[in-house]
Design a protein around this ligand. Sequence first.
Ligand SMILES: [Zn+2]
Length: 126
Amino acid sequence: MEILQKVKDLDDVLVGYRFVCPGCAEAAKTNKRLIPVHYITVARMARFPESEGRPIWEFNGNEEKPTFTPSIKCEIDYFDHLHVCHSYVTDGQIQFLHDCTHPLKGQTVPLPEYDIKEWKKANQKD
Ligand SMILES: [Zn+2]
């Protein structure tokens, strides 16, 4: 069980983390297309220095009580509606800002521990 899932590049260098977002998880109960996982890049992939136009976040190095700066914003246009998730992750807590479109907007909750295999099994999309 862990909060963060490490993401490594082809050279086995740590380049980012994934975590399950409790706000997006709430939204995913009604939007089956939504995968409630955020990916935070903490380093460029050496073999793909231009990889993505993604920002690099500052990380406090604490995998149990992570802090990422700046804020994390995810917007997905589903044509019939726009999904927005905007948060600060500080000391293992996720603070959802008021521009979120999911039920946890304005709230601060702990990042959940999860077992990625169990989570995949429980969230099989059909
Ligand atoms: Zn989210």
